[in-house]
Design a protein around this ligand. Structure first.
Ligand code: NAP
Length: 512
């Protein structure tokens, strides 16, 4: 049996015992095991801080950017192997595997390019110098300098490569060493990426570490200059934020949690329009892509009452384009859930929704034995204003709930905001007044809003695609985190310091 090792203090090392099992969710076969028992995580963090940190900080942005580009190429060279591991360990089709693997390398390359553009500096200037006294000689300048700790990246199971790469790209470019902890159940692709990174010989010593298996006592060893970037469930996010040592040392924590992402169809949308077609195409894809196991997947769909039947019929037809099954089988366009353990969670969640909603397409599996397969499912909740659970329960699988509304912009915005904070929402409408009203009502509750209209129907990347140039994260329930967004992605890993002094001195020291 393959025993996954961790990479700590610049060497591969296995934990004691067998630890947790990693499965092929289509067959149930155990593929590997991972344990972190007995590993000295305090020493690993110390090594990263004392060896990796200085090495990365000594590099310019251009050099860190080149490192990211080279790493991205090294990983891309093993693309086929990584896609195969995605299929066996996460149940994805080839196309869905590419979404994860190519998304990861593309994000690293995008941050690499940003580094090249930032050039020979080692830290960022934030804005211009400002005169702060009566004399123009007394001036102030904000700078953003890399924090002196370790960026600890705790990832969810659903994007083992993208989640790894997007976090690492921002931290490395900012100048912080990284410890990556993948979700254990799907750690095989992440572990292989780690081997590729190490074998590339590109990294300075101490710059990167990998923890395969449970987090153990990792949080106990964090210090005030460290950063935790967490992606996963709201419950685990709350545990990390509430951890005694994290609180005591004011460890910076970024949480990317779950979210009941919404889509709204405007009352202006005709069923023979491009915007309607875009709506059907994107929502069906959000249900089926990666079996709905994306944090950005659309979970709630609000349609005007008069369009509800058309929406059910249209989505049902589109979902037929996603035959579900073993991702190795020909013709399958939607694979399994990422791990057998999620079958019970997804089926239980769907049963809870089915108590207050009608199932209008698909069925809840009656057995949780066998392949971890749930086929696409559509639910309808006729009275969303009085049904709290549809705004609160995230079922992390291939389903969405359709809900009618009267066609009023502020009414539907209020329903969307019942999700209490989301990663992304989509408004399908060509009516400026409707789209504008909904946008401004829901924007405070969301990290991203996609305005789906006929004008971008051909070009839309859909709500599910997170882009390196736009921020990812949302308030409230979504964790109140923020990642990516171009240069904004470096904020998490830098300290903003306001420097006051004589203007010529600041000019000379800071190169302003
Ligand atoms: P999870 O159970 O919360 O686990 C997430 C990560 O936290 C895993 O690496 C897990 O390790 C680790 N972990 C668990 N308990 C911990 C603790 N006490 N201390 C430190 N680390 C701990 O979430 P998941 O099941 O992997 O992911 C699914 C959820 O993630 C969904 O709710 C989804 O919406 C959300 N998600 C959000 C985003 C986003 O960007 N907002 C993206 C993807 C997924 P082990 O695997 O070893 O238990």
């Amino acid at each position: 049996m393959l025993q996954l090792r961790s990479y700590l203090e610049d060497r591969w090392i296995a934990g004691e015992g067998h630890g947790a099992s990693l499965h092929d969710p289509a067959s149930g076969a155990v593929l590997a095991q991972a344990s972190t028992a007995g590993l000295d995580l305090g020493a690993a963090l110390h090594h990263a801080r004392s060896v990796g940190g200085p090495a990365l900080r000594a590099m310019t942005f251009a050099q860190r950017g080149k490192l990211l580009v080279d790493l991205s190429k090294a990983i891309h060279a093993h693309r086929d192997e990584l896609l195969e591991l995605s299929r066996t360990n996460t149940g994805t089709t080839l196309k869905d595997g590419k979404f994860d693997v190519d998304g990861g390398t593309a994000t690293m390359a995008a941050y690499g390019k940003l580094g090249e553009e930032l050039g020979d500096r080692r830290y960022l200037l934030d804005g211009d110098q400002e005169t702060i006294g009566r004399s123009p000689r007394f001036s102030g300048q904000h700078v953003k300098v890399p924090r002196r700790g370790v960026a600890v990246h705790i990832n969810a199971f659903n994007f083992p490569v993208w989640g790894f790469a997007e976090k690492l790209a921002c931290a490395f470019l900012a100048g912080m060493p990284v410890l990556t902890k993948p979700g254990t159940s799907t750690a095989l692709p992440a572990h292989r990426v780690g081997e590729i990174i190490v074998d590339s010989g590109l990294l300075p010593g101490g710059a990167w570490a990998l923890l395969c298996g449970s987090a153990g006592d990792l949080l106990d060893h964090l210090g005030s200059q460290d950063v935790v970037a967490f992606t996963g469930s709201a419950a685990t996010g709350a545990k990390i934020r509430g951890h005694g040592n994290v609180i005591a040392r004011s460890v910076r924590v970024n949480v990317e949690a779950d979210s009941l992402n919404a889509a709204v169809v405007g009352p202006d949308v005709e069923t023979d329009s491009e915007t309607w077609d875009l709506f059907l195409r994107e929502v069906s894809r959000e249900i089926a892509q990666k079996s709905g196991q994306k944090c950005t997947a659309t979970r709630r769909v609000f349609v005007p009452e008069s369009l509800l039947d058309d929406a059910i019929a249209g989505l049902t037809e589109r979902l037929a384009e996603y035959p579900a099954g073993n991702p190795s089988d020909e013709g399958v366009r939607m694979g399994t859930l990422a791990a057998p353990a999620q079958m019970a969670d997804v089926c239980h969640g769907l049963s809870q929704l089915a108590q207050v909603c009608d199932i209008v397409h698909g069925e809840i599996p009656t057995s949780t034995d066998g392949p971890a397969l749930v086929k696409p499912l559509l639910l309808v909740c006729k009275n969303p204003a009085d049904t709290p659970i549809v705004h609160e329960l995230e079922v992390f699988g291939p389903s969405t709930t359709l809900m009618p509304y009267a066609g009023n912009a502020t009414e539907v915005a209020e329903l969307v905001n019942r999700g209490d904070g989301g990663l992304v929402a989509t408004v399908y409408s060509d009516d400026l007044a409707f789209a504008g009203t909904v946008l401004l009502e829901i924007a405070p509750y969301h990290g991203r809003v996609l305005l789906g209209s006929s004008r971008i129907a051909e070009h839309s990347t859909g709500p599910g695609m997170v882009l390196p140039s736009l921020v990812h994260g949302g308030p409230g329930r979504a964790g109140d985190g923020m990642e990516l967004g171009g240069i904004r992605g470096l904020n998490l890993y830098t300290q903003t310091c306001a420097v006051q002094g004589a203007r010529p001195m600041l000019d000379k020291i800071l190169g302003t």
